[in-house]
Write a protein that binds this ligand. Sequence first.
Ligand SMILES: [Zn+2]
Ligand SMILES: [Zn+2]
Length: 250
Amino acid sequence: MKKKNLLSDQRVVRYVKRAGKSALGILYPPRCPLCDRIIPVGKDRVCGECRGELPWIIQPYCLKCGKMLDRSEKEYCDDCLKRTHDFTQGIAAFRYAGKMRDSVQRMKFSNRREYLDFYAEAMVWRAERWLFLWRPQRIIPVPMHWMKKNRRGFNQSELLAKKIGSLTGIPVMPHAVRKRKNTKDQKKLSGQERRTNLKNAFEVSADLSDVQSVLVIDDVYTTGSTIDEISRVLKRAGVRNVFFLVAAHR
Ligand SMILES: [Zn+2]
Ligand SMILES: [Zn+2]
């Protein structure tokens, strides 16, 4: 009697597991990362309507930070002409505008982390030529303070870095740079305040003595102060060139 009960319990467990698996597609159907509408399984990652509206960054763009420029005769954006960055060079897949901005907001604040697959593929597609030139030896995500990561449940840059690592074969060091200071939210701060806020916020917690070039991954580039600060600590640890690849550029 006891044996029979056990058997039926296991069957129930198996049944629930199977049902759970097939229910996943119903509970979490694939959604278009730009408009959040449900799209057919196995089709494109983006719906037909949004495909034509993807705000790709196209030429001309700043040769330092990847920001899209308004005139083709310029080589650098106004920001990069005004100040020196600590990173070597970087690019972005998209402009942080319209549906793309809404998409990033939903990903972060409504836990739509499934969008990150689409971002990572777009970033790799966009960066292919540059990765060939830069030849980064390691991928390092922009870290999040552990308290913030606990609150959100994930660090989007870390997830992006891991996906990009598996798409490109470049080794990922998810914890090589640690955020030791729980800094104020950068959004409300000016350029100078951002830099002060981030001072001594990061530290290298891995041996990078053999690494000469690194690719830093983040979701959004705003003023570059975060990537600059990370570049400074990486350079102090012996890295010569710090490149970056982000999903969207403000
Ligand atoms: Zn769509
Ligand atoms: Zn620039």
